[in-house]
Design a protein. Structure first.
Length: 501
């Protein structure tokens, strides 16, 4: 973005159209780049004087200043003095007070006295005295990342971003809506999605519609334009608050806008630290629920919403959507509540910041609300999922027969559950008349009899495990307990098979 005083827009016909730089401005862009490069090692004051000369020659001085503002961000200025200027000033002022400087000769005398104290020539003292003032600082490095054409592109994008900073709302169409919506969410912008005959329209709340965090929000809002212009086809229409007068800004792929030096916003994994923190802690639990980021859009009347997450039950075709309501304005909360009210046949859980006080309103719309402060408690979410899980287990258990007779001599409950498309918990009430249930394994008695003949006291744990493996058994402790054995540990020498005394 550029500073507001560098904004160049046309208000003709009640519009608000940025005055983009064109191909005809390429020589001017090249001269500004050359001016910076030619003043390497010179003072900021000299550089600004040269730029002022360019401004006097140019048709629009704001264009020169805009190019210069972008290049200055790539420049480094340093104080060029052998001794800290503050220290020099202290010594010089002390000498001047002693001498009582009034005339030029007395000034030279004070500088010489200070030079003696600092072991410096009086000329060096004089040049160092105010070397840290901004206009005296020296251009120490300038790494121009753009060609003249790229500087034009960077300027045009920055100009459009600056113009949009005064937007109250922006309506965006894109041939790549997925990338647009993803970037909007990840930049934590307030938005809604409308369904129209021409497709989806993303409506983003602009910075001037907010009463808090305007600068921070506006910066994130400006970054969204990089993603917008990255689509092959796009258009936007913004309502601009131009010092109390509402104007309309329209942009599209026909305008000279592209992102020349950075990729669109697609690499941020989560909208906020709250979401990232929740996702990391939830996935570490290894539950029977898979977590999906940004699931498919949900229709809510004439609009669309994309919840933050979806939980998919691993043992059935069942999905629970999860939305985190954080930094939202009262108006945006009201819109979200309206969307929730129009959701049909959807299981939705909403974690709502306590400051919004919207729990009752959410539950009145037949969705589950979980209040949070600073971070979402994973336990609260898991408790809700457990309630769904119990219902799903009961439903799947009702589809199973009272008893099952697996053909294999040895099989796991996990394999049986997968075969019947249920969770292991659904097998709790099922009996297996031809098998013993040892831990999470089913074993025919004949296998246990054959194994018992292979075991004897004194065998090492390694030998015991190899003999269990021959019979397809892995749950050593459960099997040995059934056969009346235990492993006795003998220091660091390993385990030995024993019968309890």
């Amino acid at each position: 973005m550029l500073r507001k005083d560098l904004l160049r827009v046309s208000r003709a016909g009640g519009g608000y159209q940025p005055q983009f730089a064109g191909r005809e401005h390429r020589p001017l862009a090249a001269r500004v780049i050359g001016t910076f490069q030619g003043h390497l090692g010179e003072t900021r004051g000299d550089l600004e004087a040269a730029l002022a000369d360019l401004e006097a020659e140019a048709a629009d001085f704001k264009l020169v200043r805009g190019f210069a503002a972008l290049l200055e961000r790539e420049a480094s200025f340093e104080t060029d003095a052998p001794v800290d200027p503050e220290r020099v000033r202290t010594v010089v002022f002390e000498a001047a007070e002693t001498i009582g400087v009034v005339t030029e000769g007395e000034r030279r005398e004070a500088l010489e006295s200070a030079g003696d104290s600092l072991d410096m020539a009086s000329e060096v003292v004089d040049s160092s005295l105010f070397a840290d003032l901004e206009h005296r600082q020296v251009l120490s490095d300038i790494d121009v990342p753009w060609t003249p054409d790229e500087l034009l592109a960077q300027y045009n994008l920055s100009l459009a971003q600056t113009a949009l900073f005064d937007a109250t709302s922006v309506r965006i169409r894109s041939s790549n809506p997925k990338a647009l919506i993803s970037a909007t969410k990840r930049l934590r912008l307030l938005y809604e999605i409308e369904r129209t005959d021409e497709g989806r329209v993303v409506v983003v709340t602009g910075p001037t519609a907010l009463f808090q965090a305007t600068r921070r929000y506006g910066t994130r809002f400006a970054r969204l334009l990089r993603t917008v212009v990255g689509a092959p086809e796009w258009s936007l229409e913004a309502a601009i608050d131009d010092r109390g007068t509402e104007r309309v800004l329209r942009l599209s792929q026909a305008d000279p806008l592209r992102a020349p030096d950075a990729e669109p916003v697609t690499d941020v994994t989560y909208d906020s630290d709250v979401e990232a923190d929740f996702a990391a802690r939830f996935e570490a639990l290894d539950l029977d629920w898979g977590l999906q980021r940004e699931p498919e859009p949900l229709a809510t009347g004439t609009r669309v919403m994309i919840p933050d997450f979806a939980f998919d039950y691993r043992h059935a075709d069942f999905r629970v959507y999860f939305e985190i309501m954080g930094f939202w304005t009262p108006e945006y909360v009201e819109k979200k509540l309206d969307q929730l009210e129009h959701l049909e046949d959807v299981e939705m859980v909403v974690a709502v910041d306590e400051s919004l006080a919207a729990e009752a309103d959410i539950e009145a719309r037949d969705h589950r609300a979980i209040p949070y402060r600073d971070r979402v408690r994973v336990k609260d979410v898991v408790d809700v999922l457990r309630s769904y899980e119990r219902e799903l287990i009961d439903e799947s258990a009702a589809t199973l027969p009272d008893c099952l007779r697996p053909e294999a001599n040895v099989c796991t409950l996990e394999a049986i559950a997968a075969e019947h498309g249920v969770s292991e918990a659904a097998l709790e009430a099922v009996t297996f008349p031809e098998h013993e249930r040892l831990g999470r394994t089913l074993v025919r008695p004949a296998v246990l009899e054959a194994l018992e003949a292979d075991l004897e006291e004194g065998l090492t744990l390694e030998t015991v495990e190899s003999r269990l493996e021959v019979h397809g058994l892995e749950e050593t402790s459960a099997v040995l307990s059934k056969l009346g054995y235990r492993i006795e540990w003998e220091g660091l020498g390993g385990g030995v098979l024993r019968r309890p005394t």
